[in-house]
Design a protein around this ligand. Structure first.
Ligand SMILES: C[S@@+](CC[C@H](N)C(=O)[O-])C[C@H]1O[C@@H](n2cnc3c(N)ncnc32)[C@H](O)[C@@H]1O
Length: 239
């Protein structure tokens, strides 16, 4: 059985606490640095602009929140939300070293129950978070609730590609590169969960359907990196 199928919210949180010290390094090695390009695309698709108030959900060590902070400038505001205190500690340290303006507000919370009022944010992002939340529809509904009418969210995650050759390559890469690399840091089980989590993650079309159910008036899913990644771009209707 997939590790994630057996995990509750506390266990998922503990997993991300444990891998926090190596998360960034492993991400960069395992994606050959490409994850930053995919994150930049996500930021662009969120429609962020100067002066915006933005939300980065499941912010982890804060890559995307930092990218948002660069876009909104001194007049803007960025909030990074995650339930792993260890990931937020890394995020805080990294951002402080860069002296970002505006400084990012790091919020320890479950994204399924956000501590923000309705209609607060001009845009939102989520990187590699949707696959990890226990309730995708509820997560999208919460995102919808806190966005202003007309605002956009861009949600990046890994996917199973539809092309069987690319799919075989992805599985080989996970089995022969990702898990052995994680093993060197003592995190075999933590990274072995990726493959089964991809198997049960909704396809792009299914995510679009979830987004519609959550109340978004526009929803499009863009496959990237040969379909091994995808960005769900969703817009809350104007009143
Ligand atoms: C794979 S990491 C992604 C981190 C970062 N966004 C990135 O792209 O590098 C997933 C993050 O989601 C967080 N997470 C998972 N479920 C969550 C939830 N329900 N509420 C808040 N954070 C959650 C984890 O703690 C972890 O930091």
């Amino acid at each position: 059985m997939a590790l994630q199928n057996r995990m509750n919210s506390d266990q998922i949180q503990a997993l991300f606490d444990r891998i926090a010290p190596v998360y960034d390094e492993l991400n960069t090695v395992l994606s050959l640095g490409q994850h930053r390009i995919w994150k930049q695309m996500t930021v662009k698709w969120s429609g962020v602009k100067l002066g915006d108030t933005c939300l980065d959900l499941c912010c982890g060590s804060g890559d995307i929140a930092q990218m948002l902070a660069e876009k909104v400038g001194r007049a803007g505001q960025v909030y990074g939300v995650d339930f792993s205190s260890a990931q937020l500690e890394v995020a805080r340290d990294r951002a402080e070293r860069r002296c970002l303006k505006p400084p990012i507000q790091w919020v320890e919370s479950d994204v399924l129950s956000l501590p923000f009022e309705d209609d607060r944010f001009d845009c939102a992002t989520m990187g590699y978070g949707l696959r990890n939340v226990l309730d995708i529809l509820r997560s999208l509904k919460e995102t919808h609730r806190v966005l202003k009418p007309g605002a956009t969210a861009a949600i990046l995650d890994m996917h199973r590609p539809s092309n069987s050759l690319v799919r075989s390559f992805q599985q080989w890469y996970l089995d022969e590169v990702v898990v052995p690399a994680a093993q060197k840091f003592g995190f075999t089980e933590e990274y072995a969960y990726i493959a089964p989590s991809l198997d049960k993650f909704p396809t792009g079309a299914e995510q679009v359907s979830f987004a519609r159910q959550a109340g978004f008036s526009v929803a499009t899913h863009y496959p990237i990196a040969g379909g091994t990644m995808g960005v769900l771009v969703i817009q809350k209707g104007r009143r």
